[in-house]
Design a protein around this ligand. Sequence first.
Ligand code: IMP
Ligand code: MG
Length: 339
Amino acid sequence: MPVDIVVGGQGGDEGKGKICAYLASRGDYDYSIRVGGPNAGHTIFFNDKIYTLKTMPGGFVNKRAKMVLGAGTYIITDWLEKEIKLTGVQDRLLIDPHAVIIEPRHTAAERGDARMMGKIGSVGTGLGAAVRDRVDRKKLRFAKDEPRLKKYIKDVPELLNRALAKGSRMLLEGTQGMKLSNLHGEYPFVTSRDTTASTFLGEAGLGPKYAGEVYAVFKPYVTRVGPGMVADEIKDKKVLSRYHTAGREVGSVSGRLRRVGGFDMGVARRTVSINSATRLAITHIDLLEGADISRGVKSFTGQARKFLATLDKVCAVYPNPKVRLISYGPGLYDVLELK
Ligand code: IMP
Ligand code: MG
């Protein structure tokens, strides 16, 4: 089936952006699609540059592919304009007329809401406030109403469905992760949307029939940038600082130091079943002892080998995903691909 989907299996920031960019770099996808809000940052190290994207698909690295923002995308126009320039996609960006513009009043409302910023730990981009207005059917500004975006506006569902009919392949890039899903996550410490594969399809205007491989992305540990549950949380400052430096575990949008905990088997199992994951992508394996990549996956020792063995339990969950990608460094091509 032609639409591969990438989802986060933990508390967001699993490295979805890098995995999406890696998959897209192989050139198999004609379209890279993103949905959701700019509270989610995708960080991509590509051609000696660091791209921190809040709205653009990581798939921009494939120059031949078209970039698509669906009706379930929430846009801060100034930020998007910067990303369009940075990624050079002026001539290959398509935006659904009903993507929502996050207005300064949304951002101000969220940042001025002590409960959202405190108890919930909102990133403060205004996504939640814009979603709330949409649910309330209040007057909103859509992408079609924004003169600066006019040239990118296209009927996305029609365009994508026509492309599917002609055999095009697509990568649908999800945001956040299982713990942050408004439906299946750790309410109330969640974001304002569901963050699972079926919702991403709907937000893009695609039906479920076209879902291909579903990649669930995991780190060997769990991070959370806000409050909420973190199992086996690491409190030792010295150990933590290694994650924050070598592991770059600092919020890409919020700038906050991420909390770190152990790999959570319960959350991982739910991720596989709720998303019907068929493939696992592991990132940050280089933070574990024994991840000596130079000699290939067979020579993982120590903690790294132990972690990979733990994943057998995740693969035992129906529909029995296979470990497919192992990322061992920040660079786009620092990825082992297993058959
Ligand atoms: P909001 O969606 O910005 O309101 O944030 C709600 C909760 O989800 C907070 O705990 C945030 O830190 C968390 N969150 C939202 N987006 C992301 C993300 O992309 N990565 C990690 N955490 C996120
Ligand atoms: Mg992120």
